[in-house]
Design a binder for this molecule. Structure first.
Ligand code: NFA
Length: 103
C-alpha cells in the first residue's frame, strides 16, 4: 500500500537466537600428597595436553590451589571428572577433580 505522509518503512527483524548448550569448566584441585609427576601424567593422559603444558597447569594448581584444565559440554566434563577421580583412586592419590557451570 502506498505510504501517506509521515509514514516510514521501518522493518524490525527478530534475530533467531541460536541456542548453545551450557559449558562446564573442569577444575583440578591442589593437595599436599599427590605427586607432581602423577598430576602431569593425568593432564597428558585425559586432557591431551603436551608435557610442557601439563607441567605448567600442574604448577598453577600447586601454587594457586586450583586451575581450569578444560571447558566441555556437560557429558564430556562429567566423563573427564570420572576418569580422573577413578584413576587417582586406583593409584591411591587424593587428587580431586570437579566441574562447574560456566557463566
Ligand atoms: N601439591 C602437590 C605436591 O606438592 C602437587 C600437586 C599439584 C597435587 C597439583 C595436586 C594438584 N606434591
Amino acid at each position: 500500500k502506498p505510504k501517506t505522509e509521515g509514514e516510514t518503512n521501518v522493518i524490525t527483524k527478530t534475530k533467531p537466537k541460536t541456542q548453545r548448550p551450557p559449558l562446564y569448566k573442569v577444575l583440578l584441585l591442589n593437595d599436599d600428597y599427590t605427586p607432581m609427576e602423577f598430576v602431569v601424567h593425568v593432564l597428558e593422559r585425559f586432557f591431551g595436553v603436551s608435557h610442557a603444558h601439563a607441567v605448567e597447569i600442574m604448577l598453577t594448581v600447586h601454587k594457586k590451589g586450583v586451575a581450569v584444565v578444560g571447558v566441555f559440554s556437560y557429558e564430556i566434563a562429567e566423563t573427564k571428572v570420572a576418569q580422573v577421580m577413578d584413576f587417582a583412586r586406583r593409584n591411591q592419590h587424593p587428587l580431586q577433580c570437579t566441574m562447574e557451570k560456566e557463566d
